[in-house]
Design a protein around this ligand. Structure first.
Ligand code: UT7
Length: 335
């Protein structure tokens, strides 16, 4: 029997129009464009503004564009997985809200939470449903409205994050293209270094938790950096080794965009030149679950059928991992 793999067959992204530049941040906290640029590589981020707009609204933009590109209707979708740390509500899931907004009446839908590795974990989860032969069209969405959980008086975190969302469609492939291998890891001891203290069952919202600003992202940046820089490079090297891939075999590294120094270290460990690394952190900052699909979306026209891609991420949990996939299509020339 021919082996079924899960291939990405369409991709789209959305970033909101409003910008927050390093210069804007200089007016909010004690920082400088120079510090942010040299320590992180970020110049500006996009911020979702407007009352009543949430993560699902960015997802609607990304997914509706994707469906149009692929020429299919929302009713053809079997499953929607949304990776996010900023769901519209604690429950129901943003995936259910998205399914309702786009009219995906025949899909079952749920969220997956793995912080910055959420898209990577969701991609493997979605792929497994396809490989099992049970479902034919799986939407994997990664997006966050990070501005909703950022304290814009905390220079440790507010310089890093931005808002954005990307989506991919997974479909069965019998040519050996699509997701080939994954290395996915977690270590809950890392929770001490990157978390949101209140709002969950441990500390339900109270006036005190609000006053203490415990609904915002807390990050011990230096500790997270140390773990991220070694672990993201380790899994990327591991996935190359066990698939007998040399640097020459790899067309693109698609790294989580948390810090340019982490991206550079990962590429160096893999022996990849900068030309093979997707980098848009300068324009988007860290969009958490949005980083990987936004990269794929922006680079889509450069990707060729058969290209070997390694996707890698590291995030809260800790969670981290790498996926090796073979790109499944050439982008049609624009009509
Ligand atoms: O996506 C999820 C995973 N997250 C990550 O991968 C993030 C990993 N961490 C990082 O990217 C980096 O640790 C940060 C960008 C968050 C911070 O960079 P760093 O080089 O680790 O800086 P630091 O926290 O060690 O701070 C160095 C100095 C400190 O001053 P002193 O103590 O040396 O006088 C900070 O107070 O820089 C100071 N500092 C700042 N200065 C200007 C910290 N933030 C700022 C700032 N502007 N925004």
């Amino acid at each position: 029997m021919t082996k079924i793999t899960a291939a990405i067959t369409a991709i789209n992204g959305y970033v909101p129009p409003d910008l927050l530049t390093n210069k804007d941040l200089e007016l909010l906290v004690d920082t400088s464009d120079e510090w942010i640029t040299t320590r992180t590589g970020i110049k500006e981020r996009h911020i979702l503004k407007g009352a009543g707009l949430a993560t699902s609204d960015m997802a609607v933009e990304a997914v509706n564009g994707l469906l149009k590109k692929r020429g299919i209707s929302a009713e053809e979708i079997d499953l929607i997985i949304v990776a996010t740390v900023t769901p519209d509500m604690v429950f129901p899931s943003t995936a259910c809200i998205l399914a309702d907004k786009i009219g995906a009446k025949n899909a079952f839908a749920y969220d997956l939470m793995a912080a910055c590795s959420g898209f990577l974990f969701s991609l493997q989860t979605g792929a497994t449903f396809i490989e099992a032969g049970k479902y034919k069209k799986v939407l994997v969405v990664g997006g966050d409205k990070m501005s909703s959980i950022i304290d814009y008086t905390d220079r440790n975190t507010c310089i890093i994050f931005g808002d954005g969302c990307g989506a991919v469609l997974l479909e069965p492939n019998t040519e050996g293209l699509g997701i080939i291998d994954s290395v996915l890891k977690s270590d809950g001891n890392g929770r001490h270094f990157l978390h949101q203290k209140a709002g969950g069952s441990l500390k339900p919202p109270t006036h005190e938790t609000i006053d203490a600003k415990e609904h915002f992202v807390f990050q011990d940046g230096k500790s997270v950096f140390k773990f991220a820089v070694t672990n993201m490079a380790d899994v990327s090297a591991q996935i190359m080794e066990r698939n007998n891939l040399t640097a020459d075999d790899i067309s693109w590294l698609v790294p989580h965009q948390a810090n340019l120094r982490i991206i550079d270290a990962t590429a160096e460990r893999m022996g990849l030149s900068k030309e093979k690394v997707m980098i848009n952190i300068d324009r988007y900052g860290n969009t958490t679950n949005g980083t990987l699909p936004l990269c794929l979306w922006e680079w889509e026209s450069k990707l060729k059928k058969g290209d070997n891609l390694v996707l890698a991420a590291f995030g809260g949990g800790f969670t981290w991992g790498a996926i090796y996939l073979k790109w499944a299509y050439d982008t049609p020339a624009e009509k």
